[in-house]
Structures are given as structure tokens and as C-alpha cells.
Write a protein that binds this ligand. Sequence first.
Ligand code: AMP
Ligand code: ZN
Ligand code: FE
Ligand code: FE
Length: 293
Amino acid sequence: MDRGANWIGTMPTADLHTHSTASDGELAPAALVEKARALGLSTLALTDHDNTLGVAEARAAARLVNLEFIPGIEIEIDFEPGEFHLLGYGIDEAAPPLVEAVERLSHARLERNLAILDRIAKANLPLDLDSIEAFSKTSYLGRPHLADLFVEAHCARTRQEAFDRYLGKGKPFYIKKACLALEEALSVIDAAGGVSVLAHPYSLFVSKDVLGTIFSQLKAKGVRGIEAYHPTAKYGQCVILERMAHERGMFVTAGSDFHGKTRPECGLGRTSGNKPIDIRFRDELVAALESRI
Ligand code: AMP
Ligand code: ZN
Ligand code: FE
Ligand code: FE
């Protein structure tokens, strides 16, 4: 269904892809909810990387201000050539298979982080490695935090430059971390009562033809939706993704991928082309959640 360019309203009403301090976001879960409320959003999904530690706080804060809250997670999937992120919505964060998978991912992350830190130490770069003690060993530490260390040590001007020179795929301090296979992530989200959505499809880094084939394969495996609208893609490209998803009977979402000041291009409640996120995306997702068997 192509509604053209005018169907998005002028005011943001929802955000279905956000990060808090439980992963690499700037705002604590409750502060994120307050910001959403202040902007006039009626629905917020929290989708931290590889963990659900912020869900309880966000849920409680949302209840207080009468905001609809959708618990979520963004899981990294083993994939080449690009990055495959799978969003799980409407999950029960206490479901044992999800808890077990999240623990495993956290362990793999810790091992990978220690390996990168070891490599940095051996390279004798002037990074303040002690400052990461501020993150406990059990809490989330990601490459974006490590990138900040490069910036603080004046080895890079920005987070992005730190990725481009040191931490991105194929760069000297990149070390692959073990992540879930698609089938496993799907079964974990399913066991937690959730619905799976492919995040920002262009990060897969494949051509549009291949993308169409991948959408069909994902649908067959149980992925129900496509995040067609994301700030990293041009608006026209997002419209194409929406059409491709709907042609295959998949629903479509939109998100900001809000992280806070570190990604100023991703304002809360806004998506590709800085457009406010329309409530119909929330409606498509909620309809899918309600039709779960
Ligand atoms: P991690 O899970 O610790 O490996 O960090 C992954 C996160 O780092 C992603 O979710 C992105 O936010 C960020 N990231 C990964 N690759 C890049 C890149 N090439 N440029 C900028 N940010 C990146
Ligand atoms: Zn992130
Ligand atoms: Fe992502
Ligand atoms: Fe994200």
C-alpha cells in the first residue's frame, strides 16, 4: 500500500526504536520515558542492544505518566557482509530462554571487550582504560563507549572517526564477538511471547534484489515485520522498503534509533528525513502483537 508522502503527520506520536543507559544510550530508562512524554509521544518501545535491563524501569515510569510502553530488545545476528539487527517486541523479559540468551550475549560481549582492551594496552595508545571501571563488569559496555576513549585521548576527533580508524569491521581494534544465529534469536523472541522485526535493512549491506530475497526468506522463518523507516536511510529508499515488505505480507515499523547526544541526527520520535513518526506504525506493530497465537 503506497500512501505517498503526505500520510505522515506533523507531530511525532510514537517511537519504536530507542536506546537507554542499559546499552549505549545517553538517558536512563525513566528519563527516556519522560522525554517521550514531554515531546507528546503516546507510545514508546525500548530496544536496547542485547539486553532488557532497562525494561522494568521504563515500564514503571511509563505507567506513571500514562504512556503506552512496548518492551523490546535489539539482538545482533551473525551475518556477512553487513550488520543484521533483529528487533524483538512485546517480549516478557523474564522468559527463561530469553534470560539465558541475554546472559550468554553479555558473557560474549565481556570476553570481546577484554580482548579489545588487551589489544589497546599492547599498542601503547594513551587511552584511559581505568575510566571504563565506571561500567561494572556485568553492565553493558560496547564499542561506542570504547570509541569515546579514543576521542578523550585525542586519537580521534569523533566517535565516528574512532570507528572508521580503529574499531569498525576490518580495523585494527575490531574483534568479532560471538552473537546469535538468526534461528536461535527468532526462537528466543518467540519463546518470550514477542514478535520479530528486521531493523534498518540497509545495514545488511546487500543490493535491493538480494534484499527482496532476504525479506522473503525472513518471512518464511517467522520474521513478521520490517523497520522500513530509519534515520540512516533516505526517505525515498524507506518508501521502497515499505512497499517490498507489504508485497510480502510483512508489517512495517519506523524508529529513530535514539541514543541521545551522540547521534544528534536521530531525534526522539523522528525517523528518516527527520519526519515525525506516525501512529500508524504503532498500530501495525500492536496489531501484530495482538494477533500472536
Ligand atoms: P558492539 O555491540 O559493542 O560491537 O557495538 C555495536 C554498535 O557500535 C552498533 O550498534 C553501532 O551503534 C556502533 N557501530 C558499529 N559499527 C559502526 C561503524 N562502522 N560506525 C559507527 N558506529 C558503529
Ligand atoms: Zn546503539
Ligand atoms: Fe541497530
Ligand atoms: Fe538501535
